[in-house]
Design a protein around this ligand. Sequence first.
Ligand code: SF4
Ligand code: SF4
Length: 316
Amino acid sequence: MLYNNLGKTGIEVSKLCYGSLTLGPMQTDMSLDKGSELICNAFDQGVNFIDTAQSYGTYKYIRESLKKIERSKFVIFTKTYAYTKKLAEEALKQAFDEIGIDYIDGFLLHEQESEHTLRGHYEATEYFLKMKEKGYIRSFGISTHNIAGVKGAIKSGYVDVVHPLFNKASIGIGDGEKEEMYQAIIEAKNKGLGVYSMKPLGGGNLIDTYEESLKYVLEKQYIDSIAIGMQSKEEILANVQMFDRGYVDASLKENLKNVNRKLLINDWCIGCGKCVKRCNYGAIKLIENKAVVDHDKCILCTYCAKECADFCIKVI
Ligand code: SF4
Ligand code: SF4
């Protein structure tokens, strides 16, 4: 496994980052044993970096995995929507209490759309920067789906790490295309920020072009690490093989094709109906102003996902 420093933070992370969202109640809602076993399995194969968030409900899996993984060898990043000092304080306390730790490697403000959003979070930012000075937080950062978010982080002068959305099909990038996002990433790296990207498979929508899509992101040298959600040992192994040598064993690839996947529509759907219009199979309808999928009709073509500006539609 390749390891990189996250910008100037001096934090060394594996190129493959465990995206823990997949484990929790928002996606597969795995048992505690199974989720923590997967984290440990990835760690044993060199994955020393995990991404979580206050909203994911996945702290418990990390806590459990820390019974087997030495804390100092594991890099943990979380995120919060907190914008006031009080909410930020609560978010930090919750992370420490629920994961069972007394410092965290990275605390990010979740989904910062631009420099204006970041400015609107100044109270939480001030608090986190103070906690960084005191040694409770090793780095401060933001996650973002927007090019303007990365640019805002660079401009701020106090963001250490950015966690932008980036994939071959530009799925989920809120304000432009992958080329512009990558330019912003290069700029961030050149200014000394650490960069770990998310959603290289477009929230599961690029699974049919798995190798090609991963290669596209892996070739981008300015990205220090790439977070991917993984829900089985086979998926972990496939990703480790891709990251280590650029291809996956044929038998493993066949196994992964047989995994039962389904469409997931996140509850922040605003009921715009664009996905409904796009579906040629009558598999989505609006019920009480929310898109609802009929899994019997859905063939997982993922065309609907590309229509959703709010990135609500995933394949899990
Ligand atoms: S994935 Fe394809 S079939 Fe399924 S709801 Fe979306 S557009 Fe329709
Ligand atoms: S396109 Fe997205 S926001 Fe609009 S109805 Fe579909 S899932 Fe909801």
